[in-house]
Design a protein around this ligand. Structure first.
Ligand code: SF4
Length: 632
């Protein structure tokens, strides 16, 4: 039994265990059984759908979702009263406005609604737990507290004069579910909320077990969370005109100066210029930074700066300090010339800016300018990312003395451990094979052409791809399916170069269209629709008739043109092949979800054989055994 193996590993002193098991293995019941036996747990997963699935299957696991998923009750009251007006949309029609959620609640921007100022807001101390630690565990607001809030609510001035009041007081849904999740024994977060809560150590206590589901995404999630993009489109909402000077890809120091200048302007807009001054003093003391100093190429000076590099824990204390500063010192009453809604974005973006500046100053060599987008000669967007995320993983692993990392695709546990700062020799790696019948999940390498960058510029080659896709769709004319392309250009070409009948079956994802909308359409219609996308390799459950065939056009090597990826590749070639294998196996897993499920997988790229042979040591046997025919 895999549960016994995990328990034995923990008992013999391992703190971290990796469980790699294919889709349909039942990893979540294993994690939950372990969580119940240990007493308390945090579970992290990548999507809201997976969070919901956990709480459906295990009702005693409480979900915490982000602010955008809940309406602000105060705003709802004003909407009902006919006196709502959004400061960003400048609209009084709530159907046209995207700012009616908790993310833009007055408690974020208005001093009088902060803390206990909003009578809908509840706190962890208001909650009691019954049947703690059992499957019947329930977390509720104390009845006396409910009564207290009910009384307070009816006396509350902002609501008192409205035409229509709620008969019954109710808690703000966002804070309610967050308090329940933080108070109860077992709760589930998605990675972005979990990472955002880390600096709040007082309310985000240590638990007995941390489960990182879809653990192979930890690096991606942390890079997404820590990285920073500055775009003209977003930032000119605050500073107009807003220009981004082009300092090039190799001058991180000049970019830091740019960010610090921007931060000072933003703090000025918040009405807190004094914070800019105190940050400068702190940076001088902590990172030996004063404006212009890091620009030197002088080796000695650089060494001096390197000596000052803080340890990871200091870095995170700094994160906590930043969160506190922005919570208590950036009083929104000081903000002038901005609507309440825009002030929320202003404070949030400034806080992120401060955090990124401090992280870069702590270790400038670890940061890379990954993208500079231009229109003509003018920079419209710049993106900055950390290369090594290991220091940022430390506080994640500190949330519990035991960690269970689960995924269908860890594949190369040494590379994975290195990337997240764990010593592979101190991590127990348990790999389970798939028991799905081979004949239900065959892989057909079709050897259409070598799809490297050069060949993909050839119209003859891409026409061959489109023709093969067209034929396969006709073979599966009554089936739903999915096509994984390597780019939006390829997607467009295929769509425009297949028969009209097949083109009409395609459901295209687009960066501008919500992925959920497209998936909903695919699931809702009985027609043989086919999803086509370069971005559906992961987190998608196309069980049974939702997909009977899948086409992988190209071995999904990460794009070397992306400077972050290229820098990672240069540092560790294994990482590059590991990332490719992850994506390939994730794509393969989308359509075969249980022992009874079946789907055919076609790979068009002739480079597939080479890739498989080169990476036999990391590709699981249950994958290579499903490949039909001999590899060339
Ligand atoms: S706490 Fe109050 S003001 Fe804040 S989002 Fe909830 S209902 Fe709105």
């Amino acid at each position: 039994m895999v549960s016994d193996e995990i328990c034995n590993a923990f008992n013999s002193g391992y703190r971290h265990i990796i469980l790699e098991a294919p889709a349909g293995f039942g990893k979540s019941p294993v994690a939950i059984a372990l969580a119940l036996s240990l007493g308390s747990s945090y579970i992290c997963t990548s999507t809201k759908d997976l969070q919901t699935q956990y709480s459906k299957d295990f009702p005693y696991v409480n979900v915490a979702k982000g602010k955008n998923n809940f309406p602000c009750l105060v705003k709802q009251d004003f909407i009902r009263n006919g006196t709502y007006r959004c400061g960003i949309c400048v609209s009084d029609n709530p159907d046209e406005c995207f700012h009616t959620t908790v993310q833009y609640g007055p408690c974020i921007t208005d001093e009088s609604f902060r803390g206990s100022g909003c009578k809908y807001r509840t706190f962890a101390k208001d909650y009691e737990i019954t049947d703690k630690g059992t499957k019947k565990e329930h977390t509720n607001i104390f009845s006396e507290r409910k009564q207290f809030y009910q009384n307070e609510y009816h006396q509350w001035l902002p609501i008192k004069n409205l035409k229509e009041q709620r008969k019954e007081w109710m808690p703000c849904e966002y804070f309610d579910q967050l308090n329940v999740a933080l108070t109860s024994s077992h709760s589930i977060f998605n990675y972005s909320i979990f990472l955002a809560l880390l600096p709040y150590k007082k309310s985000f206590h240590e638990r007995d077990l941390l489960v990182l589901d879809e653990g192979h995404l930890l690096e991606t999630e942390i890079v997404k969370f820590r990285g920073l993009a500055i775009s003209k489109r977003r930032w000119r909402k605050y500073i107009d005109p807003f220009e981004i000077t082009d300092y090039g890809y190799d001058n991180i120091e000049r970019w830091v100066e740019f960010l610090i200048d921007l931060e000072a302007k933003m703090l000025g807009l918040i009405g807190n210029s004094s914070l800019a001054e105190s940050l400068m003093v702190e940076r001088n003391a902590r990172f030996n930074y004063c404006k212009g100093k890091v620009t030197s190429n002088d080796k000695e000076e650089e060494m001096e700066i390197r000596k000052k590099i803080v340890s990871a824990s200091e870095l995170f204390d700094s994160d906590e300090e930043i969160a506190r500063k922005y919570d208590t010192e950036s009083t929104p009453n000081n903000i002038t010339n901005f609507s309440r809604e825009l002030s929320v974005d202003l404070i949030r973006d400034t806080e992120r800016l401060t955090r990124t500046i401090n992280s870069i100053l702590a270790n400038p060599k670890n940061w890379i300018v990954s993208e500079i987008k231009k229109e003509g000669y003018k920079v419209t967007r710049v993106e900055i990312k950390p290369l090594n995320i290991a220091p940022y993983c430390k506080p994640v692993f500190e949330k519990a003395p035991k960690t269970l990392i689960m995924s269908a695709t860890i594949l190369n546990h040494r590379t994975f451990c290195r990337s997240v700062g764990l010593n592979p020799d101190e991590v127990k790696y348990i790999q389970m094979q798939s028991d799905f019948p081979l004949e239900n999940r065959s892989i057909y390498p079709l050897d259409v052409a070598y799809l490297n960058y050069g060949n993909l510029q050839s119209s003859e080659v891409i026409s061959r791809i489109a023709k093969t896709v067209d034929n396969l769709m006709s073979v599966h004319k009554n089936d739903k399916g999915i096509i994984h392309t390597s780019s939006y250009e390829q997607l467009k070409f295929i769509k425009e170069n297949i028969s009209q009948e097949n083109a009409r079956r395609l459901l295209v994802t687009d960066p501008e269209i919500q992925r959920d909308e497209v998936l909903f359409q695919h699931k809702a219609t009985p027609k043989p629709t086919v999803l086509i996308s370069p971005s559906l390799h992961t987190g998608l459950d196309l069980k049974d008739n939702l997909s009977r065939f899948q086409i992988i056009t190209k071995v999904p090597y990460p794009n070397k043109g992306d400077r972050w990826i290229n820098a990672k590749r240069k540092e560790d070639e294994d990482w590059y092949y590991w990332q490719t294998a992850l994506k390939l196996i994730q794509a393969y897993g989308r359509s075969i979800r249980s022992k009874e499920d079946w789907a055919k997988t076609y790979v068009l790229d002739s480079a597939f054989s080479y890739f498989v042979k080169r990476n036999l040591s990391i590709l699981p046997k249950w994958f290579t055994n499903a490949i039909k025919g001999r590899l060339k």
